[in-house]
Design a protein around this ligand. Structure first.
Ligand code: KIV
Length: 276
């Protein structure tokens, strides 16, 4: 199988085939996600919450993101790897945004970047695209704007914010993004955006009519014990499974039943005898 490309995702929209995306932050997970045939792996700045233990994505740095993107890229042979541009990596100046986007490709081994924002980010997005770096947009509940929104709230519920979401989606589409993440918006509004834009929409808390879906892998596998939003379905509940395994390990080590013979390496008796 060859690498999923941004054009292949656009073909999927045209053929009404759903697009799959999950986050990953490390090599072993990326190998499993890739082997499952998931189209895109997002190295999300959600790693701030689920990997680094912050209470928002705001403290995440470019160096954090590059470190994890490199690990994921080593594991993802077929999935399209998208690096998530962290807070302040594309806000200060356009040259800095291009440089940082380039780091995801050159150092991280990603094939594309994602950044949050609508109309206000069009110039930055165009400049990154001019540097031949594919960009995925992200509108609706954009977690890097949590303080501006006054919390993690569904976006686009009233006429004014719904119209703004539509304007943002059209602006990103015209700017040339290859896809748009719609986070935490009413399902009917996401359906309207999806019908209007030429590029695939990827929903998270945006209903079933987006062209694809994304979830944070630690949430959908039931491994994250912090706040998990209503839109997450737990496709597995690994936390109790892991807790039980850890308890068994502790008990067996304490009792001396682990390691057993099959976990040990042998040495010839005569070698042992010669030791002094
Ligand atoms: O950081 C992330 O994981 C994301 C997804 C929730 C879309 O941006």
């Amino acid at each position: 199988m060859s690498r999923i490309t941004t054009t292949l995702l656009q073909d999927k929209k045209a053929k009404k085939e759903k697009i799959t995306m999950l986050t990953s932050y490390d090599y072993s997970t990326a190998v499993m996600v890739d082997q499952a045939g998931i189209d895109c792996i997002l190295v999300g700045d959600s790693l701030g919450n689920v990997i680094l233990g912050y209470d928002s994505t705001l403290p995440v740095t470019m160096d954090d993101m590059i470190h994890h993107t490199r690990a994921v890229s080593r594991g993802a042979k077929n999935s399209l790897v998208v690096g998530d541009m962290p807070f302040l990596s594309y806000h200060v100046s356009i040259p800095e945004a291009i440089r940082n986007a380039g780091r995801f490709i050159q150092e991280g081994g990603a094939q594309a970047v994602k950044l949050e924002g609508g109309e206000e980010r069009v110039d930055t997005i165009k400049a990154i695209l001019d540097a031949q770096i594919p960009v995925m947009g992200h509108i609706g509940l954009t977690p890097q704007s949590v303080h501006q929104f006054g919390g993690f709230k569904v976006q686009g519920k009233d006429l004014e914010t719904a119209e703004q979401l539509l304007r943002d989606a059209r602006a990103l589409d015209e700017a040339g993004v290859f896809s748009i993440v719609l986070e935490c918006v009413p399902a009917a509004l996401a359906r309207r955006v999806t019908a209007e834009v030429s590029v695939p929409t990827i929903g998270i808390g945006a209903g079933p009519d987006c062209d694809g879906q994304v979830l944070v892998i630690n949430d959908m596998l039931g491994m994250y014990q912090g706040f998990v939003p209503k839109f997450v379905k737990k496709f597995a509940n690994l936390q109790p499974v892991i807790a039980e395994a850890l308890q068994s390990y502790k008990e067996e080590v304490e009792k001396g039943t682990f390691p057993a013979d099959e976990h040990c390496f042998a040495i010839k008796e005569e070698v042992l005898e010669k030791l002094y």
